[in-house]
Design a protein around this ligand. Structure first.
Ligand SMILES: C[S@@+](CC[C@H](N)C(=O)[O-])C[C@H]1O[C@@H](n2cnc3c(N)ncnc32)[C@H](O)[C@@H]1O
Length: 209
């Protein structure tokens, strides 16, 4: 089984009413606070949130930052829209596919990929597209779960993955495979939730300082 946009639309329509109250409140919140701290958006910057979901990251944006949040799921976007407006943080929400972003090249200072590279059908295409939207010197921060690079997902993980795929996430992806196809480099990588199964990673275009 592979995750598809068709399945993700269904899965995240089902997730949307309970996502913030269940998953975010009891699990993901510390990881997303840390990823925003690593991204460290500055007043005046434009930030792209790919797979913005219910917009759980939006209230963490500092004042003065302009944001665009894109997601495939109308139901998740409706939850994000309910969090707006945010004082001094203009946010635009768009429906679209992370694999073919309907956004211009070199238009964002920074991007957040929280819990999305393990969800979209093609994580490498999502990263490539996000890199395309970055201005020179831009940065991406990822908070997500990955199988360690160089390791094959074990039988237990592959078995559990049959269940997590049903819920719209793949726990067998390796960040190294996703990054390999793009002109970029990892400049920061730290363990996060579940004893490092989740990681917070900063990625920069290969040609940046
Ligand atoms: C696990 S949620 C993460 C949401 C949010 N980033 C967060 O940290 O809470 C994954 C999100 O990716 C979205 N998604 C799935 N496939 C997508 C695609 N091809 N393009 C854009 N968003 C997609 C889902 O609709 C869902 O909102």
């Amino acid at each position: 089984m592979k995750l598809t946009n068709r399945w993700n639309r269904i899965a995240y329509r089902l997730w949307s009413p309970v996502y913030d109250g269940l998953f975010d409140r009891f699990f993901a919140a510390p990881g997303r606070r840390r990823s925003m701290a690593v991204l460290n958006p500055q007043p005046g910057e434009r930030v792209l949130l790919v797979g913005v979901g219910t917009g759980a990251d939006l209230p963490l944006l500092p004042a003065g930052v302009t944001a665009v949040g894109l997601d495939l799921s109308p139901a998740m976007l409706a939850r994000a829209r309910a969090k707006l407006p945010l004082p001094e943080r203009p946010v635009t929400l768009l429906q679209g596919d992370a694999g073919v972003l309907p956004l211009g090249s070199e238009t964002f200072d920074a991007a957040l990929l929280n819990l999305v590279l393990s969800v979209v059908p093609d994580g490498a295409a999502c990263l490539r597209e996000t890199l395309r939207t970055l201005k020179p010197g831009g940065r991406i921060v990822v908070f997500d779960k990955f199988t360690p690079d160089g390791a094959r997902p074990g039988a237990g993980r592959r078995l559990i993955n049959l269940v997590t795929m049903f819920f719209g996430t793949d726990i067998t992806r390796r960040l190294g495979d996703i990054v390999a196809g793009s002109p970029c480099r990892i400049v920061h990588d730290e363990p996060s939730l579940l004893r490092g199964t989740y990681r917070v990673v900063e990625i920069r275009p290969a040609n940046s300082e």
